[in-house]
Design a protein around this ligand. Sequence first.
Ligand code: MN
Length: 301
Amino acid sequence: MQLRKSDASVKKLLRIERNTNQHWVGDGFPVRTLFSYSTLGPVISPFLLFDYAGPMEFPPTKQRHGVGEHPHRGFETVTIVYSGEVEHRDSSGSGGKIGPGDVQWMTAASGLVHEEFHGQDFAQHGGVLEMVQLWVNLPAKDKMSPPRYQSILDSQIPTANLPEDQGRVRVIAGEFDGVSGPARTFTPISVWDIHLTGKQLTDLAVPDGYNTMLAVLKGSVRINESETIGTAEVGLFDRAGDHIRISSEPNTVVLLLCGEPIDEPIVGSGPFVMNTAEEIRQAKIDYQSGKMGKIAPIPTA
Ligand code: MN
């Protein structure tokens, strides 16, 4: 059980981030960036970026909508699909399709080149696209490790129930109430997809010293009985404290992110996030000289 504790150890809400400016990633992903390391580095570490795509209705099409070949180095991209389908291919020959409830945890690390498009079935039938892409930093010692993938299907993600029928927690990474998520991470991280159904106060245990962010995707959440985080907003919490106290309107969906901060310099440029400017220069050279690979053409029947 996530037991209620004294107010002395409640994490304080530091600020609420919101962004009403949408931009397109390629021609497939209408994105609001809800936080970025460019302004909030130490406060959100080990997370780097939160892109919220949609929800947006796409009409049926035979065209491919998405973002073509591009590289990454130095971090992980975590794609969580709520509605719609995303297909992915990369320079190692890997690929796959994820749909509602599925997660792709891609470790770019030393570098790869990939493309991300709407799934073919989804594109042909049309429908609502809603997904989140997180960028998760790697510690300096792991930035040049080999790329890897974890395709985590909805059915592989265990669920924990909140006390007193207040909702349920899909544990993607980390541990909640004794339930461990399947994602393997380089540093201690929790990613919880939480569906809140009740109105009562609920305490969520989050380790002291961890950065903690609560993104509201649907509905609204009241924090410590004082401030409200609305739809498409993210609350950032103080590292100090060992739980957050929330209540919500019924049928609220939130994504809780927390992790041990990586207290190392962050230098990023476009799709590369490293520790020094020299490493960024090297990443650009390595990409341009083909060291991160190329995507093979789609085979024709
Ligand atoms: Mn990408």
